[in-house]
Design a protein around this ligand. Sequence first.
Ligand SMILES: [Zn+2]
Length: 287
Amino acid sequence: MALVNMKEMLADASLKHYAIGMFDVSDLEMVRAVVQEAETLRAPVILGALAPDLEGDRLEYWFALASLAAKKSSAPVCIHLDHANTLMEVMRAADIGFSSVMLDASSSPFDENIRRSREVVDALKGRDITVEAELGHVGNGWVGSGEGSESGPDMLTEPEKVAEFVERTKVDALAVSIGTAHGVYIKAPELDIDRLQKITAVSDVPLVLHGGSGTPEDQLQRAIANGICKINIYSEMLNAWNSRMLTELQALPHMAAWPAVLRKNPDAAMREVIRNKIRFFGSAGKA
Ligand SMILES: [Zn+2]
């Protein structure tokens, strides 16, 4: 199947009140896991790429893997650049063939965020590439010092700014900050669903939830019911894989194990996370 535009995917999700999983993937087995689980469940899916996996010539390798998986897949697949910080990163991805990009200027002041997001929209004009931006800021759930969340009430998306942001940037999708955080939660988040309802009421574009990993299911359910169409997952996959790999390594009599054999169970644990998310988001059977 050819690459699918994220805008079309999200339009259907928005109409039918389900969410599409965006899974960040870092290697061959992660790419295969996401695309094959999506095929089995007949679900549209988004493969996400993060900067460390695209450094130098990694971009070429990463895109070759992802685009091959998308081409072979019977499920619709979108290839998305997650959290680009600069226009240059966006253009690198666009030029190699990504069908969707996110420019994250959410740490910038409002007008600067608008200017930088709009710059990406203008640069990609006429190229059929979906653009996501972020208003408000989704911080990290776990910081290196272990001191706690860097998210706070002042980082949440202000509903009264949404219409102006979308109108002035012309972005296709909007990531909002309603109480989730990236990484691993120190304590369970409490999503501000009232705020989400206010945002949904004034937003012309589909809404995205970052920091989906570890967010309690009842809260995700309410977020989907109130307008979230795309949910980003990464940490939960890593947690499942790494935890299982630790057990595998500890059980070995020596350290000369073959990677393909050693990672079988960790891969299975990661696939279970992906499968559960796709089912839970309601996107199974939508392809
Ligand atoms: Zn994110």
